[in-house]
Design a protein around this ligand. Structure first.
Ligand code: FES
Length: 129
């Protein structure tokens, strides 16, 4: 990055930090109807056409701070959990057992060397094996 590119970025940041409204010349847009935030049909459209097709922020790495720390996550209707491996990597898995599909994690969060299905006792390590 050149000095002038950096200067341009810093000037843009200063401008964005200082403005108290839309930028000059920005078109007047209609207000967003309030029910859009609670309409189940609109929520379903968003899930189908937006959230299932883009990167989604799910958890912060601090929520699984140590090897074996896990947290369930189902905000998009899929039963998932994140777990930090012994190697320090955070991985995400479907919260379903490969045997008969029972959940392998039942607590909202916790810490374990691996996970064990409560149904027939299949166990998985933090890499999913
Ligand atoms: S369903 Fe998980 S061990 Fe059978």
């Amino acid at each position: 990055m050149t000095v002038s590119e950096r200067g341009a970025i810093e000037a843009r940041q200063a401008y964005e930090s200082s403005r108290k409204g839309p930028p000059e010349g920005f078109p007047q847009l209609p207000d967003i109807p309030g029910d859009r935030y609670v309409d189940p049909a609109f929520n379903a459209l968003e899930k189908t056409h937006m959230w299932h097709k883009s990167w989604v922020y799910a958890i912060h790495a601090d929520q699984v701070p140590e090897p074996g720390s896990y947290v369930q996550w189902d905000k998009l209707g899929e039963p998932l959990f994140f777990i930090r491996g012994e190697d320090g990597e955070v991985r995400c898995f479907y919260n379903t057992c490969r045997h008969r599909g029972a959940p392998v994690v039942t607590e909202a969060s916790g810490k374990s060397r691996g996970v064990t299905c409560q149904y027939h006792g299949w166990t998985y390590n933090t890499r999913g094996s």
